[in-house]
Design a protein around this ligand. Sequence first.
Ligand code: 5AD
Ligand code: SF4
Length: 437
Amino acid sequence: MNVYDSERMTDVLAAAGYGPAASPAEADLIILNTCHIRERAAEKLFSELGRLRRLKEARAAEGGRLRLAVAGCVAQAEGAEILARAPFVDLVFGPQTYHRLPALLTQAEEHGATIDTDFPAEGKFDFLPQQRAAGGGPVAFLAIQEGCDKFCSFCVVPYTRGAEQSRPADAVLAEAKRLAAAGAREITLLGQNVNAWRGAGPDGGTWPLARLLFALAEIPGLLRLRYTTSHPRDMTPDLIAAHAKIPALMPFLHLPVQSGSDAVLARMHRGHRVADYLRAVERLRSARPDIALSSDFIVGHPGESEADFEATLALVREVGFAQAFSFKYSPRPGTPAAAAPEQIPEPEKAARLAALQALLRAQQSRFNEAMVGQALPVLLTGPGRHPGQLAGRSPYLQPVHLHASREWLGSIRTVRILAAHPNSLAATIEPEEHAAA
Ligand code: 5AD
Ligand code: SF4
């Protein structure tokens, strides 16, 4: 979501006459777009600001000027605190106000350091430029939903991103058409709770996500669709059925479960049990037998016992994940779990994380190795690491490297998988593809 937001900030600034700088040393304005989800993500801001302060001072010594801005969820959560700790910052603004960037920059210019952490009544999406400044590659993000009303015990998102909001279907469809016309072949729909999307439909009704996916699949040139991140509670039967019926909907789903223990899920306020998750997985697999699954896990949530953690390992063994993200619980100020008395000691969290990650890594390797020898349709997305190489993406979101002509960028080609690495695949183009080209 932050990548998408940064791209949209680029669009807003382009309309105000700004262009991208090749390096911080050449920039007149530097915006740090920040994440507050875990403590370490937030800490990065202040170490980065320390470096930029020196750059700003050096610029001033040469008679020039560098402006610094902090955007995103740390800005939203810590607002004035950032200016107190880093008074050399010119502008602090949250994720809901970046459509106001040009006016905010003028205000900072005229009145000094400025903070805007409003949740404005006007939706920012209505005020962003329609044309994207960043040149359209074969893969694109499209935010359709923002915010969260679920208030999991550990999570800052409902506080920093605000209440759940869905963009209307026609706005999403129009943006998708523009992206496809600019060369996008694969679109990933984004939202903190993307499968909770319920948008106004052009027919006056309210559409669920499944309906939107059917409409998106009709757009010429758009060959692949994905959506992330989903909540198990909103994995409705019609959405699961869409995975059987829409060929463009890729067989990969990021569906965070967080824990494999009902006791922990209840403490986390997740609103589902382990059995609900397993049932959703079973239904997804009967709708789309080759669907690959990904998840997020938190270890060491307050009150998590050794037996609870073992239950998480058991769930991982039962489901089998193609990939996953896992984290030590990180207390976030203002969330209920941060104030819970049963905090887990750091060494315990670290040991659990290591055990979980070893299991997940082994599953990911097994998943990748199972591809070797298979023929897969790969979307060629950009240049590869070495000369003559291209990088692509399998239906299961695996990065694929192969030798191929640059003219094939943006097309889907059948490739033979030669080797599996922990995080990517190596492939060769099938001979009939050469003939076809
Ligand atoms: N500590 C650790 N991980 C967290 N996440 C969210 N909040 C926290 C926290 N306080 C993880 C969850 C979520 C992912 C985006 O980040 O697993 O799904
Ligand atoms: Fe955070 Fe996701 Fe829970 Fe919302 S559903 S509070 S975004 S973890």
